[in-house]
Design a protein around this ligand. Sequence first.
Ligand SMILES: [Zn+2]
Length: 103
Amino acid sequence: MTSLEEAHRNVPFECRGCWHVWEEHYTVRTIEDDHGNAGVIWLRGGLPVTPPAAGTVCPHCGCQQVTTFPDGYLARHPELITPSEPVVPDATPLLSPVPKPLY
Ligand SMILES: [Zn+2]
């Protein structure tokens, strides 16, 4: 038996460079096999990504000094989100200055 669980998480981020606050939606897939070996895969838009806070880049200024909040933090602090145009996720590719990891 292999168990597979999926959870959806909105992870809030804050940039230490420009104090931009935003959220990223992730699917967290937890897989456990017969032997109790558990693996966690973070997905965004159906593609595996690095877990949040590891290599996250501010979409506003490109700064890599980014912190995360606990889940649901922004729901309790809506004033942190600056009202702006509606977010259209993945409408344009993010241009990341971080080199992709070589496999
Ligand atoms: Zn920034």
